[in-house]
Design a protein around this ligand. Structure first.
Ligand code: 6PG
Length: 265
């Protein structure tokens, strides 16, 4: 598969002609990071979002990935979750469960979803507590520059407004720095109650991938990667604030989402 890979100051851009090509590249990328993490640390810690990217992960259930990936070494988390019952169609956990987790041999106790019987505030605090225990045992690595968890891979979608995880433009949650997981009860995109990794946790990961497809994402993509645009609103766009401190950032986009990227350095 041949496609433009552009190195920019805002990470590597992988621009695909078709969603099929993007999908193949994305699952290859996940599989490579999984292999490297298992080789290096014996485990692979991955944090998922919701949205269309989960549809792409369905390809991991097919050969060769279904057989070659060391599923027993996967530990799965959610970058953000809607505070609804796990059986609710809005649940990011349910989405991943239906599309991927029930179709591959992951170990159920390695799947770390939120407690859906709690309030958003309680669920965020309990989820953070659980992650803190796994950082203590170093199942999840720790950042070299702060005390944040260092996930092997964080997968993010991006909304047309430039939101990532449940961190929305202009929302105070975007600037939370002293917590790993926070909560919101007024999400501009329904449902209103959510928990979310904070930006410092996202930026402490070893690898972060943002998947953005379709023309509705073109302007947000430009704002996210155009380093020459330093207007305060552009700099404050959540997708622009994704800047892994030591980790690697890759953008998986199709031609439509990349439409306004000409000339981006
Ligand atoms: C949510 C979704 C959301 C999603 C983006 C991109 O919780 O509302 O997870 O954050 O990731 O809006 O979604 P699409 O890729 O489906 O456009």
């Amino acid at each position: 598969m041949s496609f433009p890979r552009v190195k920019t100051s805002r990470g590597e851009l992988r621009i695909h002609d078709s969603l099929d090509d993007l999908n193949t590249d994305l699952v290859e990328y996940i599989s490579e990071i999984s292999d490297a993490s298992v080789k290096e640390r014996g485990v692979f810690t991955i944090a998922l979002s919701g949205g269309s990217l989960i549809g792409f992960l369905g390809k991991l259930c097919d050969a060769p990935y279904s057989k070659t990936i060391d599923w027993a070494k996967w530990y799965i988390f959610w970058v953000d979750e809607r505070v609804v019952a796990k059986s609710h169609p809005d649940s990011n956990y349910k989405l991943a469960k239906d599309r991927l987790l029930t179709k591959v041999p992951v170990i159920p106790s390695h799947v770390h979803s939120i407690n859906d019987s709690l309030s958003a505030e309680e669920a965020a605090s309990e989820y953070e507590f659980g992650i803190r225990q796994l950082v203590k045992t170093r199942l999840i690595s720790v950042s070299d520059v702060n005390d944040c968890p260092k996930f092997d891979l964080i997968l993010l979608g991006m909304g047309p407004d430039g939101h990532v995880a449940s961190l929305f433009p202009g929302h105070p949650a975007l600037n939370v720095k002293d917590e790993w997981i926070t909560f919101i009860t007024d999400s501009p995109k329904p449902p209103p109650e959510r928990i979310t990794f904070t930006m410092p946790v996202i930026n402490s990961a070893s690898n972060v991938a943002v998947i953005a497809t379709g023309g509705s994402k073109a302007e947000a993509m430009r704002l996210a990667v155009d380093a020459s645009d330093v207007r305060p609103d552009s700099l404050a766009l959540p997708a622009r604030m994704v800047q892994p401190t030591k980790g690697k950032l890759v953008w998986f986009v199709d031609r439509q989402a990349a439409l306004k990227l000409a000339g981006v350095q």
